[in-house]
Design a protein around this ligand. Structure first.
Ligand SMILES: *Cc1c(COP(=O)(O)O)cnc(C)c1O
Length: 432
């Protein structure tokens, strides 16, 4: 498959080039030249297909001919030793749990797939690839775990010293191996500036094979389509229409769902569920896209005022809001509503949900007010990652998952650097 830029100012490139570049030369995002429609036999026989089987079928047309069918199957088996289970709460209410990966959040799907794709493309080079990431917390740990022990790659994580939570710091600094955590004396903005400066430094790029694990990389998007098919493979009754609610920030998750629908996923409608950062629901209402400064909420992974994947959504629907509205409706909720939803999910169904999941539940509930269709809402994080908020809202204890508890006891590895670019540059050059 060839990939083109959403800015349409540079020619199409191969899957391999799209992954290695991340962003197109004209600053646009890569999109497949066409969305392949899956084999009708495959779609008709979705029932009980595993995540791995589905992944191979869905990804194959995108990665051909750069990755062979055999390599793809092996890569997917290695990336996904965990599932995306569908839990039924009532006749028309299901939750798709996307938090069974190592960092207990759905970003594991994208990060783990992308890490293995990059590693495969680097197999013949003698030098490791350096993935440089600035993080204010969660992205860093998903990327770090995704690339952990992946051959031919080292990850350098820049985080603002003393400005991230203890748990976030532990998740990044207790891995060791090919993961190097760097505490920068400064703010998150300094970390981002350092990454930018590093990419603009020709000598450094040349010497260290620098790349980013940017969230807009096409290799992070494709695997996010897998679990939509996996959700339907677990549904009892496929004869009734289905609505899917997706808690959204940068809209990568939802874009992957829309792509799945283009591929043939039999879904009636998606709900774009957001917190107070509601630029996409507003676009669906008015046809005008107006980015805003982001607002802080308790579902903070969705505090995005200018969602990066919106360009991809426009590309899918040829910038026609009416066409987009046939597949998608918007919904937005404040923090009080989110807290009440966490409490309600626990009271009625004994289901502990994190704040992002609660926003998706609210979006689905709003849609179902005028419809008897069966619904699935996506759970993007384990409730234990937001222990305080969940315990306050439910009045019940939430277990901290084993994996989070374990990293509290492990030794931390981290180095400290000033926020001057020269310090980072000499560190990277001296430790290739
Ligand atoms: C990143 C994230 C989201 C938002 O996903 P997008 O693809 O950016 O829309 C939702 N929930 C959690 C827990 C996340 O980490």
């Amino acid at each position: 498959m060839l990939f083109y830029s959403t800015n349409a100012k540079c020619g199409p490139v191969s899957f391999r080039d799209a992954v290695l570049r991340g962003l197109a030369d004209d600053g646009g995002l890569f999109m497949p030249a066409g969305i392949p429609v899956l084999d009708p036999d495959f779609l008709a026989n979705l029932r009980n297909r595993s995540l791995i089987e589905i992944g191979v079928e869905v990804a194959a047309p995108f990665v051909r001919p750069d990755i062979s069918q055999e390599d793809l199957a092996e890569l997917i088996r290695d990336a996904f030793p965990f599932d995306a289970p569908l839990v039924q709460l009532s006749e028309n209410l299901h939750v798709l749990e996307l938090f069974h990966g190592p960092t207990l959040a759905f970003k594991d799907f994208g990060a783990r797939f992308m890490a293995r794709v990059l590693s495969g493309f680097r197999r013949d080079s003698s030098r490791p690839l350096t993935v440089l990431v600035a993080t204010s917390g969660d992205t860093g740990s998903a990327v770090a775990h995704g690339f952990y022990h992946v051959e031919g790659i080292r990850v350098v994580l820049l985080y603002p010293a003393g400005k991230i939570s203890v748990m976030q710091e532990r998740q990044m600094t207790t891995l060791g191996g090919n993961i190097q955590a760097v505490a920068v004396a400064g703010a998150f903005d300094d970390c981002q500036r350092l990454v930018k400066e590093a990419f603009q430094d020709p000598e450094l790029r040349e010497r260290t094979s620098l790349t980013s694990a940017n969230s807009i990389n096409i290799a992070r998007l494709i695997p996010q389509s897998f679990y939509y098919f996996r959700a339907l493979a677990q549904l009892q009754d496929l004869s009734r229409e289905i609505v899917l609610s997706v808690p959204s920030g940068n809209f990568g998750n939802l874009t992957a769902g829309l792509m799945a629908k283009f591929m043939g996923l039999p879904v009636h409608r998606f709900v774009a569920a957001t917190n107070a950062n509601a630029v996409v629901p507003r676009y669906l209402e008015t046809g005008i896209f107006q980015p805003q400064p982001s607002q802080k909420t308790i579902s903070n992974a969705m505090d995005v005022g200018n969602p990066s994947n919106f360009a991809r959504m426009l590309a899918l629907y040829k910038s026609d809001p009416d066409r987009m509205k046939q597949d998608l409706c918007g919904a937005s909720f404040d923090d009080d509503q989110t807290r009440s939803a966490i409490s309600e999910l626990y009271r009625i169904y004994r289901y502990p949900a994190d704040p992002h999941t609660a926003v998706a539940y609210l979006g689905l509930k709003q849609f179902q007010q005028n419809s008897t269709k069966q619904g699935i809402f996506l759970s993007t994080a384990h409730p234990g990652k937001f222990q305080d908020i969940v315990e306050q809202a439910t009045g019940a204890g939430v277990d901290l998952p084993q994996r989070l508890r374990e990293c509290l006891d492990k030794p931390q590895h981290s180095i400290s650097l000033s926020s001057r670019f020269e310090a980072l540059k000499s560190y990277l050059m001296d430790h290739p």
